[in-house]
Structure formats: structure tokens, C-alpha cells
Design a protein around this ligand. Structure first.
Ligand SMILES: [Zn+2]
Ligand SMILES: [Zn+2]
Ligand SMILES: [Zn+2]
Ligand SMILES: [Zn+2]
Length: 387
């Protein structure tokens, strides 16, 4: 069988002598064997012939069934020494319909190619390591179908359109890993908090039963149900602070405040300087009379709108996350740990306080008339009545 069947393409540097070609397949001998008659064939060609008729295909000399021809070492070594061009240095010429060394094909002169001339016996060794062998891009798993010469691979990789996809993929992996670590840490934190919550609940139960024993008249407040507390306290406090007597504040504002705001761009510290919280200010609200600021340190400050002078403080007891002002007078403060308090800012007096059921941070609130909605970090929104 032809050597070309397994080596695909052979291009000899000079024409091959007829003595080195097999009379059956007409190609250069591949593992030549010699019969007793002196004729030589490729080993495989000989065996194929013997399946038809046990005789020499040329001179018809008979061959017995157990006849094993000898290797033709002389012819084999002559074939091994035939010089060929590396297959990464040859190309198909469509005009001449032949393979030729790339040097002779002007169309491909810009493409790097192998100029090596090698003995046929070294063909595989050389071509496996040839710097001009054709390889595929390392991002082929991401979809790059580009095949390039080995020497051009680095250059291609540096500008392969799939490089970005690869980086994105790796970044994504890193981010996922980081998030998983965070999730694990959060889970541990949750477990710890749940345990702490359990032991607190136990202590609380003990305290309550102790108080009940000592003071039979003691009423146990239902701290896990915020609705009745806020409503009840509000009603009581509403009476004693006369919230129903709300006066409107129609006095025009003095221009100084607006000047300050308009100056913010040139001198942004001007307004901030006048506020004196012990930490970051997380929320602002504004009534007809006051600018109201809420701080991490648990304080809410009131600033007189006309001169921005400090005009009062409310102590909320925990990091104040969000303020909501209703009817320019009733201030809702949503804090961390789920503390929700309601104030009358004209009297600077706390009207009611409660805990949201999950004891988790309050993030935002809105209220209209006597309905308050408070959102928490647990993705829940609680509704309260604030009569
Ligand atoms: Zn042959
Ligand atoms: Zn013969
Ligand atoms: Zn080569
Ligand atoms: Zn590529």
C-alpha cells in the first residue's frame, strides 16, 4: 500500500528513481520485501496479492502457503534516505494541481512556513515538533475555530476574540468563589445569632416568670407582636401630648438657608460643618420648621430651618437607618436591631416604640394617615397602625 495513505502527503526534493517504487502501488516502497525470484514489493502490497494467487505478480514464480519473504534492507535504507520537504512547508497549487514547496507559491509568501529538507525516515519526528506545524487556538473550548502555525500561536492568543471571554470566565469563577465564601460566613453568623436568640429567649422567659411570681399583678407585654404596642401607646401618648392640636407653620423661610444650599457647590463643607453628629448621617427629612438628620450614633438632630441652628435631639438607642416624616410633624425612625420609634417633633417627645418581629434592621419606611409600612433586611415589609 502506498506510504501516502498514512503520511498523507510526500513531496520529494528530487524525482524518485523507478527502482525505489513498488510495481503494484506505484508509490515509494513502504517496508519493502524481496521474493525468491528477486522482485521487491511493499510488504502490504505483497500480502494483498497473495490473497488472490500465490505467485509473484511480475514473473508468476509460485509462492508456497507458508512462504515468508525477507525484508529488502538495502532498498529500505535507500528509501529512508530520500529527501522530502516538511509537510508544513508545502502547499497545494490549484493551477498545477500539485503539492509544491511553499517558496514557489507566491500567494503564500507572507505566511511563515517550514523550509526544512528532511530524510523520509525522520518525517514523523520532525513534523511532531516542527515550529510551523498547524495547531488550534487554546480557547477552542470557548469557541475559537482559528488554526495557526505554532510560531504564531502566542501572537494569536494575545489578540484572540475569545481571550476576553476566557478572562470573563475566570473572573466569574473568582466572584462565585468569593460569594460562596461569604454565604458560608453568613450561614455561620446566622447559626450563632439563632443560638444567641434562643438563650436570650430562655433568659427572658425566666425573668418574666420570676416577675410573675414576685409581682402577681405584673402584666406580660407581648413583645413579639408589635401591632398592639404601637397602637396602644400611641393612643395613650396622643392624649397626653395633644397631637390632635396640630398647627400649621406657614411662615416664609428666611433666604439664608437657600443661599447656603446654592453655595454647596463652591463650598460643600459649609452646611455639613453646622451638623455635629458622632458618625455618618444616614437619612434626612424636612418638616416645615426643621431639617432632620439621623445618624449611626443613634441620635436624630433637629436643625432650625431658618438659621440651621441646632434645635433639639432625639435618642433612638440604635443606628438610625431611615427617617420618614408624616404630616410635617410625626417622625418615624427605623433603626438597626429592628427598633421602630415614632416621635412628635414639635414636642420633641417619643410617642411610641416597638420592635419589628424579626428584630432585623429597618431599611425604609413610608406612612400615610395612621398606616406605617416598614421594610427590613429580611425582605419583609411590616404594616403598623399608628392611631
Ligand atoms: Zn506497494
Ligand atoms: Zn518475480
Ligand atoms: Zn517542518
Ligand atoms: Zn483563538
Amino acid at each position: 500500500m502506498a506510504r501516502q495513505a498514512d503520511c498523507k502527503v510526500l513531496l520529494f526534493v528530487s524525482p524518485v528513481a523507478e527502482e525505489l517504487t513498488c510495481p503494484i502501488c506505484l508509490e515509494v516502497f513502504n517496508s519493502p520485501v524481496m521474493l525468491e525470484c528477486g522482485h521487491t514489493f511493499c510488504k502490504e502490497c505483497f500480502h494483498v496479492c497473495m490473497e488472490n494467487k500465490r505467485e509473484c505478480p511480475l514473473c508468476k514464480s509460485p509462492c508456497s502457503v507458508d512462504y515468508a519473504p525477507r525484508n529488502n534492507i538495502l532498498i529500505a535504507s535507500m528509501v529512508d534516505n530520500l529527501l522530502i520537504y516538511c509537510r508544513f512547508g508545502i502547499s497545494w497549487n490549484p493551477t498545477s494541481q500539485e503539492w509544491e514547496q511553499t517558496t514557489t507559491n507566491s500567494n503564500l509568501s507572507a505566511v511563515p512556513y517550514c523550509k526544512e529538507v528532511i530524510p523520509l525516515s525522520k518525517k514523523e519526528d520532525h513534523e511532531q515538533n516542527c515550529p510551523f506545524r498547524v495547531v488550534r487556538c487554546k480557547y477552542w473550548t470557548l469557541g475559537c475555530e482559528q488554526q495557526v502555525r505554532f510560531v504564531q500561536l502566542d501572537e494569536h492568543h494575545s489578540q484572540c476574540p475569545y481571550l476576553i471571554a476566557d478572562r470573563y470566565d475566570k473572573q466569574k469563577d473568582v466572584k462565585i468563589q468569593r460569594l460562596q465564601t461569604q454565604i458560608e460566613a453568613q450561614d455561620q453568623q446566622i447559626t450563632k445569632l439563632q443560638e444567641a436568640n434562643k438563650s436570650l429567649h430562655l433568659t427572658l422567659t425566666q425573668v418574666v416568670s420570676f416577675l410573675q411570681e414576685q409581682f402577681p399583678a405584673f402584666e406580660v407585654p407581648n413583645i413579639l407582636d408589635p401591632k398592639p404596642i404601637l397602637s396602644k401607646q400611641s393612643t395613650e401618648l396622643q392624649n397626653c401630648t395633644e397631637i390632635s392640636d396640630v398647627s400649621l407653620h406657614d411662615e416664609p423661610l428666611e433666604p439664608v438657608f437657600y443661599e447656603r444650599i446654592s453655595n454647596v457647590e463652591e463650598n460643600p463643607l459649609q452646611v455639613v460643618d453646622s451638623l455635629s453628629h458622632m458618625g455618618g448621617i444616614e437619612s434626612l427629612a424636612m418638616s416645615d420648621n426643621f431639617l432632620i438628620s439621623a445618624c449611626w450614633d443613634g441620635t436624630v438632630n433637629l436643625w432650625n430651618l431658618t438659621d440651621l441652628e441646632h434645635s433639639g435631639s432625639l435618642e433612638c438607642g440604635a443606628d438610625v437607618r431611615d427617617l420618614f416624616l408624616r404630616d410635617s410633624r410625626y417622625l418615624y425612625c427605623g433603626c438597626s436591631s429592628g427598633i421602630l420609634s415614632m416621635w412628635d417633633i414639635e414636642q420633641q417627645h417619643k410617642l411610641a416604640e416597638t420592635l419589628i418581629p424579626s428584630n432585623s434592621d429597618v431599611l425604609s419606611q413610608v406612612a400615610i394617615q395612621n398606616t406605617l409600612f416598614a421594610s427590613s433586611v429580611t425582605s419583609k415589609i411590616y404594616q403598623y397602625e399608628t392611631t
